[in-house]
Design a protein. Structure first.
Lengths: 280, 228
C-alpha cells in the first residue's frame, strides 16, 4: 500500500518537474515558410544564431497561411516569409511591426521537358492563359494559402482570370495541398507544370524529371522578409529576441553567408541578399 | 522497392554509429510516449475499475461514449490541444505549446479512451466468482479490485501495450502541438513525415525501422515482467 502511494507521488513529482521545466527554457519561436526551410538554409543559420545570442531558436516550418495564423495567436514571435500582399495586410492590421526584406530569388514555372502545352519561354501571364485555354497540360497547384500559392493566384489575376474559376476549370488543374517539395514530386510523377521557387527547385532537382519552362517575368520576383510580431497587439511576444533575429539576418556577415549558400553545391545562388531594401 | 533495403542498411548504419540526432529523437520519442502511457495508466486503471465495479445510471452510455473515441483522428485531438494551449487559448499562459510537455499531455488525452475502455473490457472478462469469493473471504473493496486486476493482467497489459503503440505511432498530434522543432520536439513520427516530404525516402524508412525495433524491445521487456 505504501509502495503504491510512493509511486503515485513519484509520478506526480515527475509530472510537475516536466511542467516546470517547459516554462523555464529561453527560446525564440520563429515560423518559417516550408520552401525556405526545405532548402536547408535554416539548418545552416540556426546554430550561428543560437551561438551568438545564447538562446534556443525554435523553428516551425509551415505554410505562410499557418504562419500568419500562429503569429496572430502569439504562438510564434517572428516570421520569415514570402507573401508580400499578406505581409502588408498583416502589418496594416497591427500584428506585425515592420516588413524587413532580407533575401530574394525568383519563382519559375517548371514542367515536363516535352512541354505538351507549348508554353516554354513565354511570359508567366501568357503561359497561364495558354494553359487555361488549351487544357493541354496538367498544372499542380500548392493549394494551401502559402506564399507560393499567393504568387500563383497573382499570376492568374494578372492574366485576367478569377481564381475561383480556375479552380474549377477541369481535371488539368490539381490542388495538391502540400508543401513545395512534395508538390514538385507530384508534378514530376504526373509530368505536370507547377510554380516553384528557385531554392526548393534546385534542392530537389536531382530527384525530379522537370525542367524550367518559364523563368522570365517581373511578376516572378520572390522576396523573403522577416517580420517581428507586434507585442502591443499580441500578448507575450519576445520582441527583443525577435529584433535580434532581424539584426542577425540583415548583418553584413550573415547576408554574405546567405548569398553564398548553395553556390558550391548547385552552381547557382539560391538566395540573393538584399539587407532590408526592397529589390526591384 | 530497393528503397526498403537501402533503408534497412541506413538503419543499421545509424544505430551502429550512435548517430546523435537519431539518438536524441529516439530518447525523446520514448520519454514522451512512455510518460504519457504511465500517467494515463495511473488515471485509467483506477477509473476503469471504478466504472466496472459500480452500477450507475448511464453506465452503458458512458462505455459507448468512451469506445467512440477509439476512432478519433489524432490530428483532431492535436487541433483541440493546440487551441487549448495556444497563447490565444485558455491555457496559453502556461507557455506549453511546442514543448515536449504538451505532447505528453496530448498523448495522454489521445490514449485515455483506449486505455480506459479496454481496462473496463478486461475487467468484465474476469469471472464474477473471483470477486465474490474475495469478498466472502473478507477482502476490502481495494483488495478486491487488485485481485480482479491481477486476474485480468494479460488483457490489461494488452491494453497498455496498445495505448503505448497508439501514442508512439501517432503523427497528427505530435506535429500540431509539438511543431517538429529540431532538437526539441522532433520525434520519430514527425521526423519520418518531414524526411518523406523532403524526398529522403531512405532516411524515412530507416527511422521507421528503428522505431519498430524499439517497440519490439519494449514488448519483450513488458512481456517478461508479465510472466513473473
Amino acid at each position: 500500500m505504501r509502495n503504491k502511494v510512493a509511486s503515485y507521488l513519484a509520478l506526480l513529482v515527475l509530472t510537475s518537474l516536466l511542467l516546470g521545466a517547459a516554462g523555464c527554457r529561453a527560446s525564440l519561436k520563429m515560423a518559417t515558410t516550408t520552401s525556405l526551410y526545405d532548402t536547408g538554409l535554416w539548418g545552416y543559420l540556426e546554430p550561428k544564431f543560437e551561438k551568438k545570442y545564447n538562446v534556443a531558436l525554435d523553428i516551425l516550418s509551415l505554410g505562410s497561411g499557418a504562419a500568419f495564423e500562429y503569429a496572430k495567436r502569439g504562438d510564434v514571435d517572428v516570421l520569415t516569409i514570402h507573401d508580400k500582399a499578406n505581409e502588408e495586410k498583416f502589418i496594416a492590421e497591427g500584428y506585425g511591426v515592420e516588413r524587413v526584406p532580407f533575401a530574394y530569388n525568383y519563382f519559375l514555372i517548371v514542367g515536363p521537358a516535352s512541354d505538351p502545352a507549348g508554353i516554354k519561354g513565354m511570359n508567366p501571364e501568357d503561359a497561364f492563359k495558354k494553359l487555361f485555354e488549351t487544357k493541354s497540360g496538367t498544372f499542380v497547384s500548392r493549394g494551401d494559402n502559402s506564399g507560393t500559392h499567393s504568387k500563383e493566384k497573382a499570376i492568374w489575376n494578372a492574366a485576367g482570370f478569377d481564381y475561383e474559376v480556375v479552380r474549377k476549370a477541369g481535371a488539368w488543374y490539381i490542388e495538391g495541398g502540400k508543401g513545395m517539395g512534395p508538390t514538385l514530386q507530384m508534378a514530376s510523377e504526373k509530368q505536370a507544370y507547377t510554380l516553384t521557387d528557385m531554392g526548393t527547385y534546385l534542392s530537389y532537382k536531382s530527384k525530379l524529371n522537370l525542367v524550367p519552362i518559364v523563368d522570365k517575368g517581373s511578376i516572378l520576383l520572390n522576396v523573403y522578409s522577416v517580420i517581428a510580431v507586434n507585442p502591443q497587439k499580441v500578448k507575450g511576444v519576445k520582441i527583443d529576441l525577435a529584433n535580434s533575429l532581424i539584426g542577425f539576418l540583415t548583418s553584413p556577415e550573415i547576408q554574405k553567408l546567405i548569398g553564398n549558400y548553395g553556390v558550391e553545391e548547385y552552381g547557382l545562388q539560391l538566395f540573393i541578399p538584399c539587407a532590408g531594401a526592397e529589390p526591384k | 522497392m530497393a528503397e526498403i533495403w537501402q533503408g534497412l542498411v541506413k538503419a543499421v548504419e545509424l544505430i551502429v554509429s550512435f548517430d546523435p540526432e537519431v539518438m536524441s529523437i529516439a530518447g525523446r520519442s520514448l520519454t514522451i510516449s512512455v510518460t504519457a502511457t504511465l500517467l494515463a495508466g495511473v488515471i485509467c486503471l483506477p477509473l476503469g475499475s471504478l466504472i466496472h465495479f459500480n452500477r450507475f445510471i448511464g453506465k452503458r452510455t458512458l462505455i459507448n461514449f468512451i469506445q467512440t473515441f477509439y476512432s478519433i483522428p489524432t490530428v483532431v485531438v492535436g487541433l483541440f490541444v493546440f487551441l487549448l494551449f495556444s497563447r490565444a487559448g485558455p491555457l496559453g499562459g502556461l507557455n506549453l505549446l511546442f514543448t515536449p510537455t504538451v505532447m505528453i499531455i496530448g498523448q495522454m488525452i489521445l490514449i485515455t479512451p483506449v486505455l480506459l475502455g479496454l481496462t473496463v473490457s478486461a475487467l468484465s472478462g474476469v469471472d464474477k466468482a473471483i470477486s465474490e469469493t474475495a469478498r466472502s473471504l473478507g477482502a476490502s473493496d481495494f483488495q478486491t479490485v487488485v485481485i480482479v486486476l491481477k486476474e485480468a493482467r494479460f488483457a490489461v497489459m494488452a491494453a497498455i501495450l496498445l495505448a503505448f503503440g497508439r501514442a508512439i505511432s501517432e503523427v497528427g498530434l505530435a506535429l500540431m502541438v509539438g511543431g517538429n522543432i529540431r532538437g526539441f520536439t522532433r520525434v520519430f513520427t514527425t521526423a519520418i513525415s518531414l524526411e518523406t516530404s523532403k524526398g529522403d525516402i531512405e532516411l524515412a524508412i530507416a527511422l521507421g525501422i528503428i522505431l519498430i525495433l524499439i517497440a519490439l524491445i519494449i514488448n519483450i521487456v513488458l512481456n517478461r515482467l508479465q510472466q513473473r
